[in-house]
Design a binder for this molecule. Structure first.
Ligand code: PGA
Length: 271
């Protein structure tokens, strides 16, 4: 005799598998300032051995000096890659910066703009981010635009206001054509690198709020196509339940993307 709970568990498993199977997800790895030549070579060679069904898109963001190596090892791979940041000018006297032309030169298709570490450690303002966005569009690259509240803003229940501001000021009057190149990443700052992820309910609440805001700003047709990723201590142990939440189109993963075992597990869990 089956217990009622066992039956419910089986039903839940089947339904969740069907939901995930039907979602085309983006799995983005933000390596930040981590890894060296040996580690990247080993990771990418192992990644090349993994096969997955192709409904999902995998994008890697290695540190700049390893883009050439990444391009070389991934030359026959469907894995995409990009830059963690970019400058708003195309060339010139900007010591330590890199441009969108350079991203193209290395075969990058994506850049990350507005990561909370850029906003908070490197003081990038909404105005700076807007200029970067315009530069990215000029160069026909895709971008992941990060938004998210800090812990005190969450505690004061101001997270929606903060996120709205970041989106309105950053994306502003972007044209419909350019909006199609944007992926939003909701990354609550209190969850980044802390091991403390937002719950699926919190993720769903914010993602639905962002989607409604995008509809209001840009209309239903455009908003519907804009993916929203979740980031903040996403890992093998939580990606499936978060992926089930409404309006979750994938993940931007830091720490858990650094080890090939966990990263490949995440890829297969989301198939
Ligand atoms: P985390 O980082 O997965 O280590 O929390 C995510 C990010 O900063 O994009």
């Amino acid at each position: 005799m089956f217990e009622k709970n066992d039956v419910l568990k089986v039903v839940y498993k089947k339904i969740s598998a069907a939901v995930i199977e039907n979602k085309s997800l983006i799995i983005a790895a933000n390596w930040k300032m981590n890894k060296n030549t040996t580690e990247i070579t080993e990771f990418l060679n192992n990644l090349n051995k993994i096969s997955w069904n192709g409904k999902n898109t995998v994008i890697l963001f290695p540190p700049y000096p390893y883009l050439y190596l990444t391009r070389d090892i991934l030359r026959y791979s469907k894995v995409l890659y990009g830059m963690q940041n970019v400058h708003w000018e195309d060339s010139g006297a900007f010591t330590g910066e890199v441009s969108c032309s350079m991203a193209h030169d290395f075969g990058c298709k994506y850049v990350i703009i507005g990561h909370s570490e850029r906003r908070n450690i490197f003081f990038e303002t909404d105005e700076i981010l807007k200029r970067k966005l315009e530069e990215v569009f000029k160069h026909n690259l895709f971008l992941i635009f990060c938004v998210g509240e800090k812990l005190d803003e969450r505690k004061d229940n101001r997270f929606k206001e903060v996120i709205k501001n970041q989106i309105v000021k950053g994306l502003g009057t972007t044209s419909c054509e350019d909006l199609q190149k944007i992926i939003i990443a909701y990354e609550p700052v209190w969850a980044i690198g802390t091991g403390l992820n937002a719950t699926p309910d919190q993720v769903e609440e914010v993602h639905s709020y962002i989607k409604d805001l995008l509809k209001e700003l840009y209309g239903l047709t455009v908003a519907r196509k804009m993916p929203i990723l979740y980031g903040g201590s996403a890992k093998a142990g939580n990606v499936r339940e978060i992926a089930l939440a409404n309006e979750v189109s994938g993940f931007l993963i830091g720490g858990a993307s650094l080890k090939i075992d966990e990263f490949s597990q995440i890829i297969s869990l989301l198939e």
